[in-house]
Design a protein around this ligand. Structure first.
Ligand code: DC
Length: 229
């Protein structure tokens, strides 16, 4: 029998806990986990390292042919993002890269490149793909679509914790402002703005723990009630 690979789309703004839930859900379902934001971040890292202004569409488009971004499914199931053949994870989490990323991500040429890679991975291996436009643009036919959201203060707190965990220093005020700016750019851009797909299940993550969310999503996908439900 020819079974379609299992594909799950998770979208939502920064700081709603998408990555943690998506990673664990993917492990539970036995499919790769792809953090699509990491791909845009890798591209922004290349631009920063080569002195290319992420807002300059012509310059970014001209650089695209020499920016080599690939996905490699690692042993733990994670789809690792490679830039010029090297893993980038440890170099893409700074506030500087985040700001450049949301500026570069507005260009349709950039998005097209990423969407092609994301679709190829999902088609070949299935996966839990997490980002901003997975349910609307990348995989509009996906059977499972979730849109995560949480109040701004909860999201800023989570972001600050993540930054501190990765060794960076910041304050609540700075993180909240950067988050609001990034949100506005993501929601207002013309090409694939951040918006819930009409058929996405809305998930409020402000008051739910990771375990509970993973259980709920896995139960709805696998068609079994969560324990205690
Ligand atoms: O999820 P993140 O914070 O790593 O995303 C970084 C930036 O990349 C964010 O500003 C939005 C953008 N992005 C996007 O435009 N489309 C995606 N599918 C994923 C991320």
């Amino acid at each position: 029998m020819n079974r379609e690979p299992l594909v799950v789309a998770i979208d939502g703004p920064a700081g709603v806990g998408k990555s943690t839930v998506a990673r664990r859900l993917a492990r539970r379902l036995g499919v790769p986990y792809l953090d699509t934001g990491a791909m845009y971040r890798a591209l922004a890292l290349h631009l920063l390292e080569h002195g290319i202004d992420p807002e300059d569409r012509a310059a970014v488009t001209a650089a695209l042919p020499e920016i080599r971004i690939e996905l490699r499914v690692a042993d733990d199931g994670r789809a690792e993002v490679l830039l010029a053949g090297e893993p980038v994870e440890s170099r893409i989490r700074s506030a500087e890269v985040a700001a450049a990323t949301s500026r570069a991500a507005v260009h349709p040429e950039v998005r097209q490149r990423m969407v092609t890679l994301q679709r190829a991975l999902a088609c070949r291996h299935g996966g839990v793909l997490e980002g901003r436009d997975i349910g609307t643009r990348v995989l509009p036919a996906a059977r499972w679509k979730f849109f995560f959201d949480a109040p701004p203060d909860v999201r800023a707190e989570r972001r600050l914790r993540d930054l501190r965990d990765s060794g960076a220093e910041s304050t609540m005020e700075v993180v909240a402002r950067e988050l609001a700016e990034r949100d506005a750019r993501d929601r207002e851009r013309e090409s694939s703005p951040l918006v819930a797909a009409a058929d996405a299940v809305l998930v409020e993550t402000g008051s739910a723990g990771v375990d509970e969310l993973v259980d709920r999503l896995a139960a709805s996908i696998l068609g079994r009630p969560a324990a205690g439900a």
